[in-house]
Design a binder for this molecule. Structure first.
Ligand code: C2E
Ligand code: MG
Ligand code: MG
Ligand code: MG
Length: 275
């Protein structure tokens, strides 16, 4: 009987599993062509300083315009790009594109670029970053590289070594999605990060769970005592903004302040002036 049940279950689940695997394989195949076919685009989301509300930088966020499936968000294809190793080439494209775009802006905004842990274990990341800075003419002071604490889990010594070499180029390093992983605090101890980005899940819970405010306050206090500026992600309401400003948070990013947008929609006044 047990055998029958197992077989029945296998029959019930297998077609779905198979479909999911075929789906992934087909996306992986399309991903291989996407760079050459120019299907990627970077969107830019503003980051504001809370003392005076000024936009001081933008985070580059990748989008994939799939020829038949339409717009695919990074959460759906970055993991596949990481498994296949394609993230190394894609990540290099992102860096080059983001730096070149930022170098073309009239104002010296900072540009933040996300890095995958896979980019730290394949290829020569510091050399690549250096070459792209030289090629695009972007000052290293304007480039901020965002990493997550997962980077420091599998091979922390190598990762720390590469982070130090990156910092040696004059670029800054931000810890993204702070508070969601396993080792946020020990990670802060092992490397002099230039910024902490509080994950947006904490802002999302603000006003819904009483403890969310306490956790955000604790992260802000941690940033102050370590002398690391803190940026809060996922500002969706004026209440979020008021709370963060009152608590002395340095910077913020979120839909309430500005959505990620294609480069052509970023500076409407400047574009109008040119036309
Ligand atoms: P992330 O680096 O934490 O980026 C912030 C994500 O939160 C973005 O999602 C952004 O659109 C979204 N977001 C911003 N403000 C709000 C808000 O107020 N409310 C809500 N609900 N969401 C908000 P996106 O663009 O879908 O990117 C998701 C993740 O994909 C990123 O998280 C990052 O981990 C990864 N990613 C994006 N671009 C790249 C890239 O070029 N390279 C790599 N390696 N990863 C990337
Ligand atoms: Mg990020
Ligand atoms: Mg984040
Ligand atoms: Mg993330």
């Amino acid at each position: 009987r047990a055998k029958d049940t197992a077989a029945g279950r296998a029959c019930f689940f297998e077609p779905g599993m198979d479909l999911q695997m075929r789906e992934r394989r087909s996306l992986a195949r399309d991903l291989r062509l996407a760079l050459a076919q120019g299907e990627f685009e970077l969107y830019y989301q503003p980051q504001s300083r809370l003392t005076d509300n000024l936009t001081i930088g933008y985070e580059a966020l990748i989008r994939w315009h799939h020829p038949t499936r339409g717009l695919i968000p990074p959460a759906e294809f970055i993991p596949i790009a990481e498994e296949t190793g394609l993230i190394v080439q894609i990540g290099e494209w992102v860096l080059r594109q983001a730096c070149a775009t930022a170098a073309s802006w009239a104002e010296p905004y900072r540009i933040a670029v996300n890095l995958s842990p896979v980019q730290f274990s394949h290829g020569a990341l510091p050399e690549t970053v250096h070459a792209i800075l030289v090629e695009t003419g972007l000052s290293p002071k304007r480039l901020e590289l965002e990493v997550t604490e997962s980077l420091l889990i599998s091979d922390p010594d190598t990762a720390l070594h590469i982070l130090r070499r990156l910092k040696g180029l004059g670029v800054s390093i931000a810890m993204d999605d702070f508070g969601t992983g396993y080792s946020s605090l020990s990670t802060l101890q092992s490397f002099p990060f230039d910024k902490i980005k509080i994950d947006r899940s904490f802002l999302d819970k603000l006003g819904k769970h009483r403890k969310a405010a306490s956790i955000i306050r604790a992260v802000l206090a941690l940033g102050r005592s370590l002398e690391i500026p803190v940026l809060a992600e996922g500002i969706e309401t004026k209440a979020h903004l008021d709370f963060l400003r009152q608590e002395g948070c340095d910077e913020a990013q979120g839909y309430f302040l500005g959505r990620p947008m294609p480069v052509g929609m970023m500076f409407p006044q400047a574009a109008a002036g040119v036309a």
